[in-house]
Ligand binder design. Structure first.
Ligand code: HEM
Length: 510
């Protein structure tokens, strides 16, 4: 009877029916989950009326894939052009583009912490620390190393490396050469001199040191960890030596920093008078009434500083020279301004002589404006009691950010925003208050860049020394395509190279 009612007449049919019910059950559950997600994210979400594209409202994976392809910053920039100053970029994430938002998110008094994204940038030092008090304590113990007066003591070390770069350029005069590579090597050698106690020697070798290969891989691994964690977990269990070596690239970077530190201790001890920022870090700051960092803390900080300093400074110099190559009139103005400065010590001027020159400052700040080395969102989290940004109330745990690439192009503060035009800094005596507030190239507030003074010093010395001696032009129009922006938090030219040609000015009679 039962068999007739249900048409079940064999074990095989029973099995098929069970399977059928299971598949239907799973499908129904998936549809239920999907409908719930859609209702939660589109109808019940506190961000439901925030402008933004549909995929961003439904899933954070949408932006993650864009991010992985290196197009995060340009995509968010286009979204702001389409939707205005407030755009939802994830179910739980909002991007802002206004002065009010910068004040609300990044000012010293606000309670917003860095987001969990910073956990994917290697080991925890001042850059990665999210807890405000822990970070405040760390800055107190290392701020002294970055002061203007301490950096001035380091000027000869920076100049040594700039002189090495001058030799490299001199040898390659008249032929196209990849300045992205050489500016990165300059920045690496400078930070090595200052924080590891020895240069990488990268400017004295045609091939980059192995460190560079591992550092590039470490960036990739951290990007995979952050954007595609399941892919990272899958790769971690694969039994291939090459993949495991790739995944441990970050360890190489930290082991290198630690080895350099212990070598330094062995050679010079803890109380040496040797000119190096590592000496200052080891000694600590008596005025701050806080203890010096432990050896382990120093190893992490100096390793982090190498990568915080090298690509940022190297890329900014690359984009600056790319723009100077496209704008020869700015080279001439700069050369004219530098005419009276005395090059000493192998062709590099004294920092005191050049640090306040208006054309030099303007060409650098304009490069930082149009091509910020960290162009992307600097994400922060709304605290448990909720928060308000640019007049918008936001619930706990919403990730909020502004990106330098967009806010540094806002109208009417920056007319013709995509045009490289240093005049805007010259005619406003170094920038109006509004221009300065919108500049996010070095971050803002308590989490601003610790290395800003050092980076500016290095870039000014390099630019002055090179432009005084050489003129520069594009190798071909392909360089323009190569320099299109991609980014993985830091700016990376799409072609991964920048071919320029330098010529000695006296030979050209400039
Ligand atoms: C042109 C060169 C540079 C640019 C454009 C740049 C940009 C930035 C930006 C935008 C931030 C803020 C990141 C955030 O809020 O998430 C930052 C932080 C930082 N930068 Fe730089 N940077 C440069 C060079 C350097 C150098 C030379 C050093 C050190 C030698 C350095 C060390 C740091 C550190 C330690 C932080 C973390 C500060 C903190 O959170 O307390 N940077 N940088």
């Amino acid at each position: 009877m039962v068999v007739e009612m249900f048409g079940v007449n064999s074990k095989g049919d029973q099995y098929r029916r069970g399977l059928f019910l299971l598949v239907y059950g799973v499908l129904a559950w998936l549809i239920f989950r999907l409908v719930k997600v859609i209702i939660d994210r589109l109808i019940r979400s506190p961000l439901r009326s925030t402008p933004g594209p549909l995929p961003a409202k439904l899933t954070s994976q949408w932006l993650q894939f864009i991010d992985f392809a290196g197009n995060r910053t340009s995509t968010i920039h286009k979204l702001h052009q389409q939707y205005g100053p407030i755009v939802q970029i994830g179910p739980n994430e909002v991007s802002f583009a206004s002065i009010d938002a910068i004040r609300d998110i990044y000012s010293g008094q606000n309670p917003f912490m860095k987001s969990a994204a910073y956990d994917n940038f290697g080991r925890k030092g001042a850059f990665q620390m999210r807890d405000k008090e822990e970070h405040r304590q760390r800055r107190k113990r290392i701020n002294h190393v970055f002061s203007q007066s301490v950096l001035l003591e380091m000027e000869p070390l920076i100049k040594d490396e700039v002189e090495n770069l001058l030799k490299v350029v001199d040898e390659r005069c008249g032929e196209p050469y990849d300045v992205l590579h050489w500016f990165r090597m300059l920045a690496l050698d400078v930070v090595g001199q200052l924080f590891l106690g020895k240069s990488f020697g990268a400017l004295k070798d045609d091939r980059p040191p192995p460190y560079v290969h591992h550092l590039d891989n470490a960036y990739l691994v951290w990007a995979i960890q952050g954007v595609l964690p399941s892919v990272y977990r899958f790769m971690s269990v694969l039994p291939f030596r090459s993949i495991q070596d790739f995944l441990t690239a970050g360890d190489y970077v930290y082991d290198y920093g630690a080895a350099a530190f212990y070598d330094y201790l062995q050679s010079y001890g803890r109380t040496s008078t040797r000119r190096s920022l590592l000496t200052k870090l080891i000694a600590g700051d008596v005025d701050s009434k806080s203890a010096p960092l432990s050896d382990e803390e120093i190893c992490v900080e100096i390793s982090n500083l190498v990568f915080a300093a090298s690509d940022t400074t190297g890329n900014t110099l690359t984009y600056l020279f790319f723009e100077l190559a496209r704008n020869p009139s700015w080279q001439e103005q700069l050369r004219k301004e530098l005419r009276d400065t005395e090059p000493v010590d192998g062709g590099v001027p004294q920092y005191q002589q050049i640090k306040s020159l208006p054309v030099l400052n303007s060409v650098i700040w304009e490069a930082l404006r149009v091509h910020p080395a960290a162009p992307a969102s600097l994400p922060r989290v709304v605290p448990p009691r909720g928060g308000r940004v640019a007049g918008m109330d936001l619930p706990q745990d919403t990730v909020v950010s502004a990106q330098a690439y967009t806010v540094q192009r806002l109208l009417p503060t920056f007319p013709e925003p995509d045009r490289y035009n240093p005049s805007r800094w010259m005619t406003t005596d170094g920038g109006t208050d509004e221009m300065k507030e919108l500049m996010l190239a070095f971050g803002k507030g308590t989490r601003n860049c610790l290395g800003q003074t050092m980076a500016l010093m290095e870039m000014k010395l390099t630019t002055a020394a090179l432009i005084k001696r050489f003129s520069v032009h594009l190798a071909s129009l392909r360089t323009v395509d190569d320099m299109e922006m991609t980014d993985h938090f830091t700016l990376i030219p799409r072609g991964k190279k920048c071919l320029l040609v330098f010529e000695r000015v006296e030979e050209k009679g400039v």
